[in-house]
Structures are given as structure tokens and as C-alpha cells.
Design a protein around this ligand. Structure first.
Ligand SMILES: *Cc1c(COP(=O)(O)O)cnc(C)c1O
Length: 960
């Protein structure tokens, strides 16, 4: 007799868990048979050592449906109150052009992309980023700019260290103007403390006389005043110091560029170029500098090179500066930056063009000048020489703030007798009237005031030079043009909306739409980070809720969301360890043990805390060598500060000895830092805070579903046991350890994504996700076993959540290496796995739980076909040099050219599998030449004709 399905069965089909996890139950059963286990639990027990396995399920609520989770977070959002913000202090209102909002910020083709290490499938976003670099370099008047840094305050800290590396002066003092933004000063203090740099905070004028290796000025300053710094800069240069300037790009459309009056390094934030406040982030900061410092510059730099056909092609340039190669000698620990936000800001500039930006700046300035005039008329004192910010003095500040609050307005709190008012692109005539009324000033006729009021920009500093004359900034001003430009760029790239991105250590899993939806709600987007606490209860609830969820998941006691990348989380955690040692009178402890397999950010972060890195060995199985740790911990017992380990190991193995390692390090007075980037293998299965670790950072942009954005944004919360909690980064104006980023909760506006993920999955769903992540990795390893060697396996011949395929033996036999395989995968429409990390000559595959068996099989088929091609080379059926692997990827132009000179058929080049005839990705460029790009560093838009010619359409593919 057919049974009617129960209500519960029917409800099961609504469960988000079934959508997030790729394989269905039948596929899971099949895959389990392939890896040789009866159940997910049995497989988990075979992989995860009993010593760390959690006994109890996570104490989290059961999973919610998308409808219910969205309703819950809607209620949280509604507890935030969105006032009109005139607070300024580095954050300004902006209109995100709707075409950018929908087609970049809300478009998975952009937000699910990976960092552009694989140049051939990243040309679109790299063009957007080179536009960003060009815009920044030209507005600041500097020779070169990067893309991007995490926020203005950390960018200032990077300027402090770049100046240290580049200055001829022997001084250890960095001079900081007392008129930089206060949050910048906070972060500088933390970073200077870590590195032993002495900060001297003083009046601008003292920069000339105080001996220092470098100086930081703010232009316009935090109170809005624009100063003429040329003479001061000359004086600093005369005594061998360098000058860094924090600035505002919108102001620079009207006032002289810092590069024009001698600045050596320029930093700032592009938030007001179309990126909402987001209660502090994320937004893209930038750094521009003299060409001479480029090899010492922090952060990612896009450059122009050529491809195998000699055509121009973009790539990440000068990567030898980065942590992956230079470890503790890297120029900084920045890995994930703010790519998605840099893309938004660059598109804002492409959309408005130089004239549009000037118009926005002029209008903002006009409104500020009109407001100042109306205030002065009724006897309120306002400073001179400003762009958009008024410093109103000699008033009863408490009274003004109280009046403002009544009409839904926030002003900057400065002191008892002055307030700050910053106007911006969103300011209206009505706003000016309302602001004037707070001071009892009446504005009857704005147009009359307008014609009676002159500009307040200093005459000697008006901008004369042109900027952004490249065609790309002068062609896409209609919405159709911009829409098609953005689409054309997106189409050049491979993101997760087209293929799995099986990157080991990066956890490129599903970023579900329901998780993304709250991000663009105004109640999360339009809150200034310094909005009064009474207006931000929703954010408080979100942060507290996420903190307790993550504490439960990790087994730690307290979590700070301030770090805006994983590497910043490492820095925060190590600084907490350092402060804890100091609090116990053991401030001399400064040695950090780091296994040689560690991610490059680990040694780079340790160095930033003034720690000395001692590298420990790994054994032949890829495991950390416990005996070496024991010996080195003992040898350095007097100075041991910490060990940084990654678990499961960077080699994709659950090491048996992790508990013992914690005991060894503790016994010698050190603390245990567990890099939590691999938490996707642990959630619901094991908890580092309970097996003896003291602190971890998590990458919410890996395990907890914040999309990678093409290289950021990220959130790297730092989770600690209770003894370290007092040393976590403090809130702005609060108590605790030093601030590590500009805003109290860092990139707060993307926290809803992780909150939604956890709420949607519930305790059971999270554990199942981990188990399927383990299953998927083992399924791939098992299926590829007859074809490729898997480098390391753990207990029972199983891997953890990722597996390393060893191409080195094949390279020896055939000359075909891991890079050739990575490039050949592009011809199959796949993004390559992680190339040559942690072991050179290998590919590390992390499929994650959200890839279905179908997608895994597609990948496996491609890898097997590639192995067959390698075998054909081995057997002499394909030429050793002229084969599809060495020449991959193949462009449409190549395979359709009249002439075909290769020793293998076109068909093999383009369609190595029959399925590709139905769905084919064509890379826009052939293999990109790395050496050429590093020898001929060029980091701006590719010139099109002479700059004086009429603008022409740029960069659209040729129409055939
Ligand atoms: C990704 C990663 C990091 C760094 O995180 P970012 O957010 O890129 O700074 C650190 N350690 C490991 C093992 C990682 O995989």
C-alpha cells in the first residue's frame, strides 16, 4: 500500500542543508563505497584521531529554512537605526550606482572569483584592478599604485613600514601628525609597538625638526583643513626623512595631488567611490608611491605582461615580495585584500569619469561652502580652507548633538565645544537647511547663498593637472556601455558561477544567495562605524550572536571580529599572546616556532609582532616533526613565546600528535596558535580550544561562506581562550589590546553572511558539511589514485579535506609539470587547484562539501584525460615540446586561425572531451609570460594611441 509522505518528510525538502551540500544521500552512499566506508561517521572516525574528536554535538539551534533565517536576520537588521551621517572621519556617504550594485556587488561572476593567481582566467578582474591602480596613481600624482589594502589605518601602518625599509635615515622614530584620523593613530600605535618603532605624535610644523625616518600627514586633515605642505616636505627630505600622506581621492579631484608637492608614499580609502559605510567595512584602501619603492611595496600589484602570442596580458606582478616566497622577510603579511571593493570603486570611476568625479566633488564642496557661509552669518565660527568638512567651534557640543539626534542626524563628536560636519555626494539641499537649523541658522535661499559664496579651497593648492584621461575612463558613461563593459570583463573570467574552484587551503565553497541578501540591506550597509551605540543594537546582536556561535564551534571563549583578513587575525592573536606574556612579566619571550609547511602569512605575521621565527621540520609524511618541535621548544625554553601550527596540517593530514605538541609548548612556557584556515575540516567534529590550543583565527571568507571576491573582502576573527580575552583588540575608544584595523568590528557588514550560514545549517548541518568535505576530498583522491600519486595520507590511507597530487615524477619522465596541468585544465573550463603550495611541483585539491558528485566527476574526467595526454607524451605519441599541455591554454583565436602549425590536432587543443562541445570556456589570452612581466614592470592601463587623441572605445573585444 503506498504510504503518504509525512509532513516531516515534506519539510525536509525545504532544508537549506540539502542545497548547500552538493551530493545527495544516494551519491553520498555511492561515494562512501568508493572510499570504503559504510557511513559518514565511520569514515570520520577513520580520519580524525580519537584524541581530538568531539564527544557531544554542537550546542547550536537546529537548521532553519531560508525563509525563516531571513526573517530572523530581518528582525536583527530592524534594530539598527539609519540616521543621516555627517560624521566623516574617513567615512562618507556615497551613492552606489545601481548598475554596479546589481552587476558587481550582487553578481556571483564577480563576488565568487578567486585571487587572480591563474592569470589566463582572471583577465577581466585584473583589468578592473589596473583601472583602480591607474585611477589612484593619477589622482595622487604618484608613479605606481597597488590594488588593494585593507583600510586606511592599516594602509598608513604599511606606509610606516615601507618608509622604514626605504628611508636613508637611521632614526627609529616615525613622526605622525596629531591631525590624522584617530583610528589611524590607534592602528599605528599597535603596529609600531609590535615592530619596536617609536611614534612621535605632534603638530605638523614639528615634522621639520623632530628627527625621524618618516612622517605621516593627513591631507585634508581629520578636521577637514587643507594645508600647504610643500615647504614642510622639503624640510623632511632635507634631513633624509620620507613623507607619507593619507588623503581623500574625491578631494584630490579639486586640490593639488600629494605627488605634486613631494610626497613619497600616499595612502587612503576608496570607500566614498560607491562603497557603502557598512559600519566600518569592507572598503578598499590603497597605497601609491614612487616607482623606486615598488619592489618593497606591500599588497597585490597588477602588471601588464605578454602572452605566448605576444599579446598584452595582465598578471599579478612582483610576487616575489609576498609572504608565499619571502616568509618572514616579506614586505607585509597582506594576502587577502579588498578586491571586490576595489573593483566597485574602479567601476564608479569608469562610470563617472574624470568630469563626473569633479562634478560630484564640486557639488559637495559647494554645499559645504554654503553651509559654512550660513553658519558664519549667524555668528557660528567655522574654519577656512576646507573641502567637505567643517570644524564648528565655540558651540555647546552636547546641545548640538542632542538637537541633531532629534532630527535623525549624526555629527562628529570631537570635544565639549566643537563638532565636525562632513558633507558628501548624498547630501541634499534639505540636509544643508536641516544642518544649519541645528545652530539656529536659517537658510532661506540656497541659490542666492550659492552665488554670494566663494570656494573655500586654498587658491595656491587648486589642482591644475589632468587625470584619468585614458579612454577606459571616458567611454562607459551611459548605463548600457557600463553594463556591457562589466559583462565583457566578467565573461573573460572563471568564477564559481561556472566551475568548481578546487583550491587547497582556500575552501571555495558555496556562497548561497540567501546568505548574501542581507549584505545590501541599508540597515547593515548605511551605518557609519562611529554611529552612537543606541542606533546600532542590531549590529550588537549580530556580533554577539556570531561570537557565541563561533565560540561554541571552536571551543574558545571570546572572539574579536576586528581583523579584516586571516593574516590580520594572526597578527591580532600573536599580539594577544605577546601582551599576555608581558602581563606576567615575561615580555622577553619572543621566539615563535613555525613548521616549514606553514602558510607564508604565519612567519610574516610573527615578524610584525617583533618575534623571531624558528622553523621546525616536517617528516617524509608531511607531518610536523614532533621531535624537532620538542628539541627546539626545549632549546628556546627561556624565550619561547608561541608555536603556530595549522590543523589539519597544510599537507591535508590530521596529525596524531597535536595534543602532545600543545603540551610540549605549554611545558616550555609558550602559547599555541592554531591557524584556523582549515576549520572546514573540523566544524562539528573537533574543537581546537578544547584540545589545548590557546588561540586561532578563522577565515570567515573560507569556512563560513563569505565569498572570496576575487581576493577579498575577508574577515579573520581571532578566537581565544579566556586568559587571552583581555588582550583582544579593543573597540574604538574602549579597553583591551591595541586596535588592528580602523573599525571596532572590522568588515562588519559582511558578518550577516556567516551568521546566515550557521543559522541555516544548524548543528547537524554543519557537522554533515564537514563530513562531506572529507568525503569529497577522499573520493577525488581515490578516483585519481590509479592516475596520480597522492603525496600525503594520514590514518588508514585517508586524507583530510584536501589532497595533494604529486606531478614531480611525471615531470621527470615527460617534462610536463604541475603548471602545465594547471593551464591545461583551463581548456576544460576548470580553475586550477592550488599550484606548488605547500610543496613545489604539486597540485592541492580541496573540493569542499558543496560540490556535487557530478561536478567532481567532471573534474576527475578532465584530470584523467590530462593524465592520458601525459602518458601519450611518455609513450612518444605526442611530441615532448609541441603538445597540448605545454601550449595550454588555447584561445579561440589560436584554434580558429587559418594556419595551425602544432603537431597535435586543433580538435584536441579545443575539445579534449566531447562534453566541451556543449559548453566551452575560451580563455581571452594564451599562457602569460611571468618573466617578461617582472622584468618590465608596468602597472597602469595599457596606453591606446596618444593621450591627446579623442577618446576611443577601449578594451572591447574585436568584433569579427
Ligand atoms: C588563507 C590562509 C591564511 C591567510 O588568510 P588571508 O585572509 O588571506 O589573510 C593563513 N593561513 C592559511 C593556512 C590560509 O589558508
Amino acid at each position: 500500500m503506498p504510504t503518504t509522505p509525512s509532513l516531516r518528510d515534506l519539510e525536509h525538502n525545504e532544508a537549506f542543508v540539502e542545497r548547500h551540500i552538493g551530493p545527495n544521500d544516494a551519491e553520498i552512499a555511492h561515494m562512501l563505497r568508493v572510499v570504503g566506508h559504510d557511513s559518514l561517521d565511520a569514515m570520520t572516525d577513520a580520519i580524525v584521531p580519537a584524541s581530538i574528536r568531539s564527544k557531544d554535538p554542537l550546542a547550536l539551534p537546529p537548521s532553519l529554512t531560508e525563509v525563516d533565517a531571513l526573517a530572523r536576520i530581518r528582525a536583527i537588521a530592524d534594530r539598527n537605526e539609519v540616521f543621516r551621517s555627517f560624521i566623516g572621519q574617513g567615512y562618507y556617504g556615497t551613492h552606489t550606482p545601481n548598475v554596479i550594485l546589481r552587476n558587481i556587488l550582487e553578481n556571483p561572476a564577480w563576488y565568487t572569483a578567486y585571487t587572480p593567481y591563474q592569470a589566463e582566467i582572471s583577465q577581466g578582474r585584473m583589468e578592473a584592478l589596473i583601472n583602480f591602480q591607474t585611477m589612484v596613481a593619477e589622482l595622487t600624482g604618484m608613479e605606481i599604485a597597488n590594488a588593494s589594502l585593507l583600510d586606511e589605518a592599516t594602509a598608513a601602518a604599511e606606509a610606516m613600514t615601507l618608509a622604514k625599509r626605504s628611508s636613508r635615515s637611521k632614526s627609529n622614530v616615525f613622526f605622525v601628525s596629531k591631525n590624522v584620523h584617530p583610528q589611524t593613530l590607534e592602528v599605528l600605535r599597535t603596529r609600531a609597538d609590535g615592530l619596536g618603532i617609536e611614534l612621535h605624535v605632534g603638530d605638523d610644523a614639528d615634522a621639520a625638526s623632530v628627527e625621524s625616518y618618516g612622517v605621516l600627514l593627513q591631507y585634508p586633515d581629520t578636521f577637514g583643513r587643507i594645508h600647504a605642505y610643500k615647504a614642510l616636505v622639503e624640510a623632511v627630505h632635507a634631513r633624509g626623512g620620507l613623507v607619507a600622506v593619507a588623503t581623500d581621492l574625491l578631494a584630490l579631484t579639486l586640490i593639488a595631488a600629494p605627488g605634486e608637492w613631494g610626497a613619497d608614499i600616499v595612502v587612503g580609502n576608496t570607500q566614498r567611490f560607491g562603497v557603502p559605510f557598512g559600519f566600518g567595512g569592507p572598503h578598499a584602501a590603497f597605497m601609491a608611491c614612487r616607482d623606486a619603492y615598488k619592489r618593497s611595496m606591500p599588497g597585490r600589484l597588477i602588471g601588464v605582461s605578454v602572452d605566448a602570442e605576444g599579446n598584452p596580458a595582465y598578471r599579478l606582478t612582483l610576487q616575489t615580495r609576498e609572504q608565499h616566497i619571502r616568509r618572514e622577510k616579506a614586505t607585509s603579511n597582506i594576502c587577502t585584500a579588498q578586491v571586490l571593493l576595489a573593483v566597485m570603486a574602479s567601476m564608479y570611476a569608469v562610470y563617472h569619469g574624470p568630469d563626473g568625479l569633479v562634478r560630484i566633488a564640486r557639488r559637495t564642496h559647494r554645499l559645504a561652502a554654503i553651509l559654512a557661509a550660513s553658519l558664519r552669518k549667524c555668528g557660528v565660527a567655522v574654519g577656512a580652507d576646507f573641502f567637505d568638512t567643517l570644524h564648528v567651534v565655540d558651540v555647546d557640543a552636547a546641545d548640538i548633538h542632542a538637537r541633531a539626534a532629534k532630527v535623525g542626524i549624526n555629527l562628529r563628536k570631537i570635544d565639549a565645544t566643537s563638532v565636525g560636519i562632513s558633507l558628501d555626494e548624498t547630501t541634499t539641499r534639505d540636509d544643508v537647511v536641516a544642518l544649519a537649523q541645528l545652530f539656529d541658522a536659517q537658510v532661506d535661499d540656497i541659490d542666492a547663498l550659492d552665488s554670494d559664496t566663494g570656494d573655500a579651497l586654498p587658491a595656491s593648492l587648486l589642482r591644475q593637472s589632468k587625470f584619468m584621461r585614458h579612454p577606459v575612463f571616458n567611454s562607459h558613461h551611459s548605463e548600457h556601455e557600463l553594463l556591457r563593459y562589466m559583462r565583457a570583463l566578467a565573461d573573460r573570467d572563471l568564477a564559481m558561477d561556472r566551475t568548481m574552484i578546487p583550491l587547497g587551503s582556500c575552501t571555495m565553497k558555496l556562497n548561497a544567495t540567501a546568505e548574501m541578501i542581507p549584505v545590501t540591506w541599508p540597515e547593515f550597509g548605511n551605518l557609519h562605524p562611529l554611529a552612537p551605540a543606541g542606533q546600532t543594537s542590531g549590529y550588537q546582536e549580530l556580533v554577539d550572536g556570531l561570537e557565541s556561535m563561533l565560540a561554541e564551534i571552536t571551543g574558545y571563549d571570546a572572539v574579536s571580529f576586528q581583523p579584516n583578513s586571516g593574516a590580520q587575525g594572526e597578527f591580532a592573536g600573536l599580539m594577544a599572546i605577546r601582551a599576555w606574556h608581558q602581563s606576567r612579566g615575561e615580555g622577553h619571550r619572543d621566539i615563535c616556532l613555525i613548521p616549514e609547511s606553514a602558510h607564508g602569512t604565519n612567519p610574516a605575521s610573527a615578524q610584525m609582532c617583533g618575534m623571531t621565527v624558528v622553523v621546525t621540520r616536517c617528516d617524509a609524511n608531511g607531518n610536523v616533526d614532533v621531535e624537532d618541535i620538542r628539541a627546539k621548544a626545549a632549546k628556546h625554553a627561556d624565550r619561547l613565546a608561541a608555536i603556530m601550527i595549522t590543523y589539519p596540517s597544510t599537507h591535508g593530514v590530521f596529525e596524531e600528535d597535536v595534543v602532545e605538541i600543545c603540551e610540549i609548548v605549554h611545558a616550555h612556557g609558550g602559547q599555541v596558535y592554531t591557524d584556523g584556515a582549515n576549520m572546514n575540516a573540523l566544524v562539528g567534529v573537533a574543537r581546537p580550544g578544547k584540545w589545548g590550543s590557546d588561540v586561532s583565527h578563522l577565515n570567515l571568507h573560507k569556512t563560513f561562506c563569505i565569498p572570496h571576491g576575487g581576493g577579498g573582502p575577508g574577515v579573520g576573527p581571532c578566537a581565544v581562550r579566556s586568559h587571552l580575552a583581555p588582550f583582544l583588540p579593543r573597540a574604538f575608544g574602549g579597553e583591551g589590546g591595541g586596535m588592528v584595523s580602523a573599525a571596532t568590528h572590522g568588515s562588519a557588514s559582511i558578518l550577516p553572511i556567516s551568521w546566515m550560514y550557521i543559522a541555516l545549517m544548524g548543528a547537524g548541518g554543519l557537522r554533515k558539511a564537514t563530513q562531506v568535505a572529507l568525503l569529497n576530498a577522499n573520493y577525488v583522491a581515490k578516483k585519481l589514485e590509479p592516475h596520480y600519486e597522492t603525496l600525503y595520507t594520514g590514518r588508514n590511507g585517508l586524507v583530510a579535506h584536501e589532497c595533494i597530487l604529486d606531478l614531480r615524477p611525471l615531470k621527470d619522465a615527460t617534462g610536463i609539470g604541475a603548471e602545465d596541468v594547471a593551464k591545461r585544465l583551463i581548456d576544460f573550463g576548470f580553475h586550477a587547484p592550488t599550484l606548488s603550495f605547500p610543496v613545489a611541483g604539486t597540485l592541492m585539491v580541496e573540493p569542499t562539501e558543496s560540490e556535487s558528485q557530478h561536478e567532481l566527476d567532471r573534474f576527475i574526467d578532465a584530470m584523467i584525460q590530462i593524465r592520458d595526454e601525459i602518458r601519450a607524451v611518455e609513450e612518444g605519441k605526442l611530441d615532448r615540446e609541441d603538445n597540448p599541455l605545454r601550449h595550454a591554454p588555447h584561445t579561440a583565436a589560436q584554434v580558429s586561425a587559418s594556419e595551425w602549425t602544432h603537431a597535435y590536432p586543433r580538435e584536441l587543443a579545443a575539445f579534449p572531451l566531447a562534453s566541451l562541445r556543449l559548453q566551452k570556456y575560451w580563455p581571452p589570452v594564451a599562457r602569460v609570460d611571468n618573466v617578461h612581466g617582472d622584468k618590465n614592470v608596468f602597472c597602469s592601463c595599457i596606453p591606446v594611441g596618444s593621450p591627446d587623441e579623442e577618446p576611443e572605445a577601449f578594451s572591447e573585444p574585436d568584433v569579427v
